[in-house]
Design a protein around this ligand. Structure first.
Ligand SMILES: [Zn+2]
Length: 67
């Protein structure tokens, strides 16, 4: 018991969708590279910043019949 086959596990990089090895050899897993990791983190952060406080977009009256 304990014979781990050295099978490569491949995952698609969340950023560029390139297949990359999911192993301890890959320090950036599940990303293919540090660049992709940073891009993903950056996208995450900017998404957070992009969310305005409050969803008041639908509260504006459409002055339909304001006669
Ligand atoms: Zn990538």
């Amino acid at each position: 018991m304990g014979t781990t086959p050295s099978r490569k596990r491949l995952v698609a990089c969340p950023t560029c969708k390139q297949l990359t090895e999911f192993s301890s050899k890959n320090a950036f897993r599940p990303f293919c590279s540090k660049r992709c990791e940073l891009i993903d983190l950056g996208a995450w952060a900017s998404e957070q910043y992009a969310i305005p406080a409050g969803n008041k977009l639908h509260e504006q009256p459409d002055d339909l019949s304001q006669s």
